[in-house]
Design a protein around this ligand. Structure first.
Ligand code: IPM
Ligand code: MG
Length: 357
């Protein structure tokens, strides 16, 4: 029997609840499709800070490195907002991305027909949207040096550096071009080249690579315009290529096109070694532990992990179908609730998903 080593990182807030649902479905999918998943669970984020003082204990990173794929739920809690940056939950996630060299973050945005009315945009605007945000994840202003806070001339100043090298742009652009080639052949690279030198290098490199992709239709868009176009006419996009910060912002915006950020999975990939699969949403501390969370993004992450990380395509499709079926049958978590539907909690939704599988 095929076996895969999975590290589960439930993390904070609603993380443990949605992880439990994903694990249930993964076990069942494995049984149906002839493979076994060997799970190991490790702390990250706030729970890791509480247990060991570090948001990413060395043992967690080592276990991830030794795995075939990592499934992370969410990190973050307002309890840690006052701590120095090295001791905040978010730093654990950033160190995990850097530690596994996960430079390519893929955030697919598709509209599920059953949820078309859950969006804050008109159905006619979002109908048929199917786009992929490709976000650079281990560079840019998130990691650039120098950074810090200094006292100067009787004032206090803080600064970060937005920096990309040719190599960094080339490798993420290549991921985006390849994806566009496999999808609808359109790539839009987002930058701020009218103002930023780092964006001009970005644009120059993307243009240079385009020579190898004659079959991909390339366009460039300034990030402010892209933010506007995403809500004006999101159907114009196929693959959106962005740096770390712009991708963070645009992917939340793109996620909301679907009606709930609680529906969106993401994959973070390295050139080699395990990928990390995590929902786009956060730890939702306001509803944690109340059985209110929407586990569907996490289940769709599990599907992405099966497909991209473990090459278990049939099981991946089965998980995706179970989400579609449950939605089509009118079951909703609170974030998606609309008239005539049946509202379920996190665990109840898990049971329905399992039945639908
Ligand atoms: C995301 C999140 C993270 C980011 C935070 C939690 C560090 O917003 O994955 O989009 O900014 O990358
Ligand atoms: Mg974000």
């Amino acid at each position: 029997m095929r076996q895969h080593r999975i590290v589960l990182l439930p993390g904070d807030g609603i993380g443990p609840e949605i992880t439990a649902v994903a694990k249930l479905l993964l076990d069942a999918a494995g049984e149906q499709h002839g493979f076994r998943l060997n799970f190991e669970q490790h702390p990250i984020g706030g729970v890791a800070i509480d247990a060991s003082g570090s948001p990413l204990p060395a043992s967690t990173l080592e276990a991830c490195r030794a795995s075939d794929a990592v499934l992370l739920a969410a990190i973050g809690s307002p309890r840690f907002d006052a701590l120095p940056r090295e001791q905040r939950p978010e730093t654990g996630l950033l160190c995990l991305r850097a530690g596994l060299k996960l430079f390519a973050n893929l955030r697919p945005v598709t509209i599920l027909p059953a949820l078309i009315d859950a969006s804050s945009l008109k159905a006619k605007v979002i109908k048929g949207v199917d786009l992929m945000v490709v976000r650079e994840l281990t560079g840019g202003i998130y990691f650039g040096q120098p950074k810090g806070r200094i006292e100067a001339d009787g004032d206090e100043r803080a600064f970060n550096t937005m920096t990309y090298s040719r190599t960094e742009v080339d490798r993420i652009a290549k991921v985006a071009f390849d994806l566009a080639r496999d999808r609808n052949g359109k790539l839009c690279s987002v930058d701020k080249a009218n103002v930023l030198d780092v964006s001009q290098l970005w644009r120059d490199r993307v243009d240079a690579l385009a020579a190898n992709y004659g079959d991909v239709e390339l366009s460039h868009m300034y990030v402010d315009n892209a933010a506007m176009q995403l809500v004006r006419n999101p159907r114009q996009f196929d693959v959106l290529l962005t740096g770390n910060l712009f991708g963070d912002i645009l992917s939340d915006e793109a996620a909301m096109l679907t009606g709930s950020i609680g529906m969106l999975p993401s994959a973070s990939l390295a050139s080699e070694g395990p990928g990390l699969f995590e929902p786009v949403h956060g730890s939702a501390p306001d509803i944690a532990g109340q059985d209110l969370a929407n586990p569907m993004a996490m289940v769709l992450c599990a599907a992405m992990m099966l497909r991209i990380g473990l090459k278990e395509n049939d099981a991946a499709t089965a998980l995706e179908r179970s989400v579609e079926r449950v939605l089509a049958a009118g079951f909703r978590t609170g974030d998606l609730m609309s008239e005539g539907c049946t509202q379920l909690g996190c665990a109840g939704m898990g049971e329905q998903l399992l039945q639908a599988l």
